[in-house]
Write a protein that binds this ligand. Structure first.
Ligand code: HEM
Length: 326
């Protein structure tokens, strides 16, 4: 173990920068300090998903919205207070990000079992993996040892998380800034095989895609008509729609198959097929080959959930994920 860690460090220093992502994280991190940590996270997540299937999607999304803002440090979980302006208020998160109560329940179970030990950031990394598994997706070993931030960044949340009406190039640039590439972008977007979107997130496509009062013609027009019936020109902003209308709670490759059929819900889904050759080829590949998708998804999640963690003595282990320790 120690040997492989130092090899990793050497590789990281001299050549393979992406390997640095997880140099300080390892799956056995809590083996002695909190051996039941993973089991506890899994059981609370399983209970929450049994109560509401969508929760798997919501927890998975939280890992994206946390990791894209100053790294995977649970900054997303902090409520506003004192000098902290919560990321929960940002455009991508407001009236949208959910699942915080499940994180609270996991944290309080862990504080009982082993106080001051398991970070909120690690809880989220494990919960995202467990959610994926519960929805029928792949599993992977989660490297651990992340610590929690003492601050949040509202502007980071607004600027770093791609918006559904961003261009392909803008979305790719936002991924690249996090050390993720085009393959990661296409594979991780496959998360939209589960979960819901509000009408407000794709309305533009139905009525006025490019400012000329016309819908987006890259969207299947009978599917668009169906969507318009519950997503009117005005009102109904919060109405919910399946991101993958074929198998909305199952983690499979229908997301990609839908895109091929011009039935990707968000503009950011469709542009993966219509605006770039390399990404188009990957959408096609994952639509044809579920195994290829599943394998790449696990790899890309490992990368995303290892973005610039706080380790060692940086940051802290919050007692309550919503607050910095006093
Ligand atoms: C590529 C850029 C992405 C864009 C523009 C984007 C945008 C969105 C939008 C607009 C919604 C619907 C939110 C709402 O209306 O309330 C959504 C939902 C969702 N996103 Fe993404 N997303 C992207 C990438 C990702 C990634 C990388 C993941 C996870 C690794 C992810 C996971 C999810 C999940 C699971 C949901 C459903 C959440 C729920 O039902 O609570 N997305 N996304």
């Amino acid at each position: 173990m120690a040997q492989s860690m130092s090899l990793l460090l050497v590789l990281c220093l001299f050549a393979f920068v992406p390997l640095c992502f997880s140099a300080n994280l390892y799956p056995q991190f809590y083996d002695h300090s909190c051996p039941k940590a993973q089991e506890i996270v899994k059981s609370v997540v399983a209970e929450a998903v049994a109560k509401e299937t969508r929760m798997a999607a919501s927890l998975l999304r939280l890992s994206f919205h946390d990791c894209f803002v100053q790294g995977c440090d649970a900054s997303l979980f902090l409520d506003s207070s004192g000098t902290i302006v919560s990321e929960k208020r940002s455009v991508p998160n407001a009236n949208s990000a959910r699942g915080f109560e499940v994180i609270d329940a996991i944290k309080s179970a862990l504080e009982k079992e082993c106080p001051n030990t398991v970070s909120c950031a690690d809880i989220l990394a494990i919960a995202a993996r467990d959610s994926t598994v519960l929805a029928g997706g792949p599993s992977w070993e989660v490297p651990l040892g992340r610590r929690d931030s003492t601050g949040a960044s509202l502007s980071g949340s607004n600027n770093n998380i791609p918006a559904p009406n961003n261009t392909f190039q803008t979305i790719l640039t936002k991924f690249k800034r996090q050390g993720l590439d085009l393959v990661d972008l296409v594979a991780l977007s496959g998360s939209h095989t589960i979960g819901d979107s509000r009408c407000t997130s794709f309305r533009q496509r139905l009525y006025n895609q490019s400012g000329n009062g016309q819908p987006d013609f890259s969207l299947d027009q009978s599917y668009a008509a169906q969507l318009r019936s519950r997503c009117p020109r005005s009102g109904g902003d919060q109405n919910l729609f399946f991101l993958d209308y074929v198998s909305p709670t199952k983690f499979d490759n229908y997301y990609y198959k839908n895109i091929l059929a011009s039935k990707g819900l968000l503009n950011s889904d469709e542009v993966l097929f219509t605006k770039n050759e390399a990404s188009r080829a990957l959408v096609q590949k994952y639509a044809e080959n579920n195994e290829a998708f599943i394998q790449q998804f696990a790899k890309s999640m490992l990368k995303m959930t290892s973005i610039t963690p706080l380790t060692g003595s940086r940051g802290q282990i919050r007692k309550n994920c919503r607050k910095v320790n006093s």
